[in-house]
Design a protein around this ligand. Structure first.
Ligand code: FES
Length: 375
């Protein structure tokens, strides 16, 4: 840890005063704080004094204390605590603060200090012969991820090698310090991995975004379609807009959840007829006529309310095409509805209308009729 003492008397000027610009700035800064809390401006004022004269003199400390109505010792405590305050004259072109804390030390800070010793002065805080450069060792400056590093003024220079630090020192010595870009001195963007990012490198394709959006929308439909039917509604021929709107407000968590719901409803619906006394007979005259499985059966799951399990049951009944469903008479619809234990759902979801549209023109016709894609 650096020893923090005021400079010898021989370096201390007799007085300190902010120049006009800085005096105006100091007044405004003090006014930012509530009455009685002006002491909060101590650090900004000390820093401005340092920027003006290059270091914080005893006279500056006393001046700031007077301005803020503080005891000298209180301002001295602040100035000697923080290493960003220089308590003695430093290089006029650069004062190099080399981080010597563990991560930087493990990554070569000792070699950087050797450079400072050879190019500037063997001892920290001593200026070179021209008085333009000085250096010191400081504690962690918060850029450990890009160790080793140095700070010059308000900028940090990271991922340093001894050679690169030599170049930087030479550039400052030549008065061209502003030409150096601060931050990592290697092929690294801020604190990204060296050589470029290694994760999250691809933008999400637009098509993928659109399909995710579609999946969410379809999940909403699926969840509404798959919602269990309250017994009191069983006798109602058709849901009203209000009921549909209420159902649509049901929170949708994810497509998966909706699919799960479809499955659950299907299982409940299919399992129930087997145990119910009123289950329609397979030999009932109202059972819709089945057909042999065609080479390419229609995707009955496009009908709202039909999931994989219901589709399987329909297949067992010999129902494979939209045209078959579209042709069901009322008695046949009631038979299927009873067989699936759907409690009137086939009517409410209007399977016949859906199937007619799908049979006539597939998805395009369905969209034309219903204003949305089949699920
Ligand atoms: S250890 Fe050097 S910046 Fe943190």
């Amino acid at each position: 840890m650096s020893v923090r003492r005021l400079a010898e008397d021989q370096f201390q000027p007799a007085a300190f005063a902010f120049n006009d610009e800085n005096a105006t700035w100091a007044d405004k800064t003090i006014q930012k704080y509530p009455a009685g809390r002006q002491q909060s401006a101590v650090i900004p004022l000390l820093m401005r004094a340092q920027e003006q004269d290059g270091w914080v003199t005893r006279a500056a400390i006393e001046k700031v204390a007077d301005m803020l109505d503080m005891a000298y010792i209180r301002v001295l405590e602040v100035a000697t605590f923080y290493t960003q305050f220089q308590l003695g004259p430093v290089g006029t072109r650069a004062h190099i603060q080399v981080c010597g804390t563990t991560p930087c030390m493990l990554r070569g800070s000792e070699a950087l200090m050797s450079v400072c010793k050879s190019k500037i002065h063997h001892h920290a805080f001593e200026r070179n012969a021209e008085g333009t450069l000085s250096w010191e060792e400081v504690e962690c400056l918060g850029a450990c991820v890009n160790a080793p590093m140095v700070m010059i003024g308000k900028d940090t220079y990271e991922d340093l090698t001894p050679e690169r630090l030599e170049e930087i020192i030479d550039t400052f010595e030549a008065g061209n310090g502003a030409s150096i870009t601060p931050g990592p001195q290697i092929d690294r963007h801020f604190s990204s991995p060296e050589g470029g990012p290694t994760t999250l490198t691809e933008e999400e394709p637009k098509a993928k975004k659109a399909s995710a959006k579609k999946a969410v929308a379809e999940a909403a439909t699926a969840q509404v379609d798959a919602a269990p039917v309250p017994p009191s509604e069983a006798a109602r021929p058709k849901s009203t807009d209000a009921e549909t709107n209420a159902a649509l407000k049901t929170p949708v968590t994810a497509p998966k959840a909706a699919a799960k719901n479809v499955k659950a409803v299907e299982e409940q619906a299919v399992a129930a007829p087997a145990t119910e006394a009123g289950k329609p007979s397979l030999t009932d005259k109202n059972r819709p006529a089945g057909i042999e499985k065609p080479a390419t059966p229609d995707d009955l799951k496009l009908i709202s309310g039909v999931g994989p399990k219901i589709e399987g049951t329909l297949h067992e009944l010999g129902i494979f095409t939209f045209a078959q469903v579209a042709g069901w008479k009322k008695a046949e619809r009631e038979w299927v509805d009873g067989y699936l234990n759907f409690k009137g759902r086939i009517e409410r979801d209007d399977w016949v209308k859906q199937a007619k549209a799908l049979a006539k023109g597939g998805e395009a016709e369905y969209i034309k009729v219903f204003g949305k894609k089949p699920r």
